[in-house]
Ligand binder design. Structure first.
Ligand code: FAD
Length: 432
């Protein structure tokens, strides 16, 4: 009999809660990853960089495990329910271990698999791994979830201690991996994708923390850690990131990691907010939703240099600086009166660090519809934002060189006009 540890968004063997608990049990542990057909079929871009990242990471992980531990990762492609049916036929499974995933579809998937396994008398164990505090670990005194970040973060900091931030010492039990020859890894082509060669951010983030607070808002400084993709797929443990922040007293950066926990908690408590406004009245806004304006925004052709620079950075690299994410998101919802869900979907398709909870959270914040959001009457002025955060136009110049040569397109809409228009539209919806 074996135990199976099902990896999903936790692609590392060090400091991994599910692997730790699986290895500590009596049975040898086989690692499994499923390329979920249902998710992959929805991705239009067959060169999707995230799929490439997953494939590359799993290949490396599998090779290292073979070399160092004499084990392997079984990598399957298919619908999880079908894959599990097949695994139950082929292996004597004692129990299945995994880490919690808080996205609505993942919760449904895990409930279905757990039920399927139960019918075969196989236990499904799941653990907190990808956040420091989850679900109901930090609540208001009446037990309700916080919906505002500041008081949440106060409790988060009070509760944080080495119990929550220390690593799971998986390496102590590595001898309990099941010894197997390497399993064949399906090629990208076999799972319906093609090789692309994007630049993935490295895993060294520690040297970014010192100057973070001072420089984080200036996109040209590129002073942030770029570990989003690693936290998304678990190639860096959140506990490692938190320990580094504490060691370096990088308070601001620590608070950003807590924002990530916060949004995961919000999505878990309010799964409907993945598609609906947290404040329901915002779903009454009469969006203009002009496809040609959306296209201009996507392509970085709005005539507002900071907005255009951000969108071009996103299209070229799969990354956009946080300050600029706020500006482009506000611009889409407020200047162009386009539904935040359109922008959220575009980011979801493009961002290497795409994370449903944070993306929905960020978009609803920018639109004003979120739980702890910018007030609706706060309309970022993209020109002023540029003057303040890119004063030498270094970022803009890099992504929109035509701007300095006065060859850039005319603004798609006048700022003062757009401001009046959005205030009217939002007021009409919110005062209903
Ligand atoms: P750093 O500034 O170095 O921060 C370190 C880590 O903290 C990040 O990697 C991320 O995991 C977390 N973090 C930082 N800021 C936030 C935040 N505001 N909310 C939640 N977590 C945060 N972040 C995503 O990880 N995925 C997304 O899909 C995403 N979409 C966004 C959409 C909009 C409209 C906005 C305004 C923000 C979005 N963010 C998202 C948050 C933030 O912009 C990115 O996390 C950050 O820019 C990633 O760069 P970094 O790794 O260098 O971050």
């Amino acid at each position: 009999e074996i135990n199976i540890c099902w990896l999903r968004r936790d692609l590392r063997v060090d400091d991994n809660a599910a692997i730790y608990h699986a290895l500590k049990s009596e049975h040898p542990v086989m690692l499994l990853f499923i390329f979920d057909q249902t998710i992959l079929e929805k991705l239009d871009n067959k060169q999707d960089a995230r799929v490439n990242f997953l494939h590359q990471t799993l290949t490396e992980l599998g090779n290292n495990l073979q070399k160092n531990q004499g084990t392997s990762i079984l990598i399957k492609y298919g619908k999880p329910i079908e894959v599990w049916a097949e695994l139950c036929e082929n292996y004597q499974i004692k129990a299945v271990y995994a880490n919690h995933d808080y996205e609505p579809d993942a919760i449904k998937r895990d409930a279905a698999i757990s039920e399927q396994l139960q019918l075969k008398n196989i236990k499904f164990y799941s653990y907190k791994d990808q956040v420091i505090f989850e679900k109901n670990e930090i609540t208001k005194s009446d037990g309700h979830p916080y919906t505002v970040f500041t008081p949440y973060y106060r409790q988060w900091q009070l509760k944080l201690n080495s119990f929550y931030s220390s690593a799971y010492p998986t390496e102590r039990y590595f001898q309990n991996f099941w010894s197997t020859a390497p399993f064949p890894i399906p090629s990208l082509k076999e799972i319906g994708f093609e090789i692309s060669t994007p630049q993935f951010p490295g895993k060294d983030f520690e040297d970014k923390l010192e100057g973070y607070e001072k420089s984080r808002d200036f996109p040209a400084a590129d002073a942030t850690s770029h570990i989003g993709i690693h936290l998304r797929f678990g190639t860096i443990s959140i506990r490692k990131a938190v320990r580094a922040a504490l060691e370096q007293k990088a308070d601001k950066w620590l608070s950003e990691l807590a924002w990530r926990d916060f949004y995961q908690m919000i999505l878990w408590h309010f799964p409907q907010t993945a598609v609906r406004s947290f404040k329901p009245k915002y779903d009454h806004i009469q969006w203009r939703n002009r496809p040609e304006e959306f296209e201009a925004w996507c392509q970085g052709n709005t005539g507002y240099p900071l907005v255009d620079a951000g969108m071009r950075q996103l299209n070229a690299t799969g990354y956009m600086h946080n300050r600029v994410r706020m500006v482009v998101a506000s611009f889409l919802c407020k200047h162009l009166l386009i539904d935040w869900r359109w922008g959220e979907a575009y980011f979801a398709a493009k961002l290497l660090d795409y994370e449903m909870a944070s993306n929905v959270g960020g978009w609803q914040w920018a639109c004003g519809s979120g739980n702890d959001a910018a007030p609706y009457f706060r309309v970022f002025n993209p020109e002023l934002q540029m003057k303040k955060f890119d004063p030498k136009l270094a970022y803009v110049d890099h992504w929109v060189p035509a701007y300095k040569q006065l060859k850039h397109v005319q603004p798609i809409v006048d700022h003062a006009f757009a401001r009046e228009r959005v205030l009217k539209a939002f007021k009409a919806a919110l005062n209903e």
